[in-house]
Ligand binder design. Structure first.
Ligand SMILES: [Zn+2]
Length: 347
């Protein structure tokens, strides 16, 4: 039997808490931890454990539909813009008041709640007084001041950053060669789903080389910056190939199961989820590329050849990584960063 919590790596304590909570859940849980720490996979496994008659067996159609994001009683609420809007808070309240479709419980997964911003007061009321059948599972990368009051009404479950070693160990257990496992784990930022994707990704090494070569390609010319930004953005698209292969396999599997066991796959929900997954895969790829670039400049700093320039470049990369958490326009951020790198090298 496949345990849905197997998709969560290196979070033994959080997983144990969620497993224990699934039998008699309270009305709200807040899962806090850095991007890639497995909060989404944990939320899906937790929802399966709450809805499946067998505590999340991983094999029945309830589990399959929850894990694929197409179960009618597990609603994943995603923000549409850079922050969560008051309108979106109203929509959450409306969803929370709805009765479950299939069973006696409904799970609302609220994502990116570190971006709750001004919608927090409107949401507080909903989360404090949900309908008896609703369980909130709120995800946040960190706990900003606006989220503190909401957090005080939830059971808070903390997710730590997952080490490269834990990811590599899981890959080796999957049957991946140790050297490949190590390389892929380093680029996965502790995210096992991404690591598993990269193992099957023929373009991965080439994309890493492209990022590592950025410092040598920059020559102080604006045209070079523009060309480099285009190359990097185009290379990021390469990560979508294995994502699409995996998504097609998932559609096939769900269709086959629906044929065998009856029922209907909610195609629109599945397509929405797949689109979001593709977007996240691109962002993960960009973050991994920035990490490679940082290493490049750290190496230059270590050799002492262009100390001040490399230090300024590292600072620009760090600021870009921070800005990515709240700014969805990665193309603009990347271009602005390359301009700064190019300038600091010219000095
Ligand atoms: Zn099940």
């Amino acid at each position: 039997m496949a345990d849905p919590f197997d998709a969560v790596v290196g979070q033994d304590r959080a997983v144990a808490q969620l497993r224990a909570a699934a039998a008699h859940p309270v009305h709200a849980y807040l899962l806090v931890g850095p991007p890639g720490s497995g909060k989404r996979a944990a939320a899906a496994a937790f929802a399966a454990a709450m809805l499946c008659g067998d505590r999340g067996c991983g094999d029945c159609s309830i589990c399959a539909h929850v894990l694929a994001g197409v179960h009618p009683d597990v609603v994943m609420v995603e923000r549409t813009g850079a922050a969560i809007l008051v309108d979106e808070a109203r929509e959450i309240a409306r969803l929370a008041a709805r009765s479950p479709v299939e069973g006696d419980r409904k799970v609302l997964v609220l994502t990116d709640f570190h971006l709750v911003d001004r919608a927090a007061p409107a949401l507080l009321k909903t989360i404090e007084e949900p309908s008896a059948s609703t369980v909130f599972v709120i995800l946040a990368d960190y706990l900003p001041p606006e989220l503190v009051t909401i957090a005080s009404r939830c059971v808070v479950i903390e997710f730590g950053a997952v080490s490269d070693e834990s990811v590599a160990a899981v890959l080796v257990r999957d049957g991946v060669a140790p050297d490949v496992a190590q390389r892929v784990a380093t680029a996965s930022n502790g995210n096992i789903a991404r690591a598993r994707l990269l193992v099957a990704d023929a373009g991965f090494a080439g994309r890493q080389e492209l990022w590592a070569a950025v410092p040598t390609r920059l020559d102080g010319h604006g045209a070079t910056v523009a060309a480099l930004a285009d190359d990097l953005m185009a290379s990021i698209e390469g990560v979508l190939e294995p994502v699409k292969v995996r998504q097609a396999a998932e559609v096939e599997r769900l269709d086959a199961q629906a044929k065998e066991q009856g029922g209907r796959v909610r195609k629109k929900d599945l397509e929405d989820r797949h689109r979001r997954e593709q977007r996240r895969a691109r962002m993960d790829e960009l973050r991994a590329g920035l990490a490679v670039l940082s290493r490049s400049y750290r190496d230059r700093l270590a050799t002492g050849s262009d100390g001040p320039a490399s230090a300024m470049s590292l600072d620009a990369i760090r600021k870009t990584r921070e800005a990515l958490l709240n700014n969805p326009n990665e193309t603009l951020l990347l271009q602005a960063m390359l301009v700064r790198l190019s300038e600091s090298q010219r000095q």
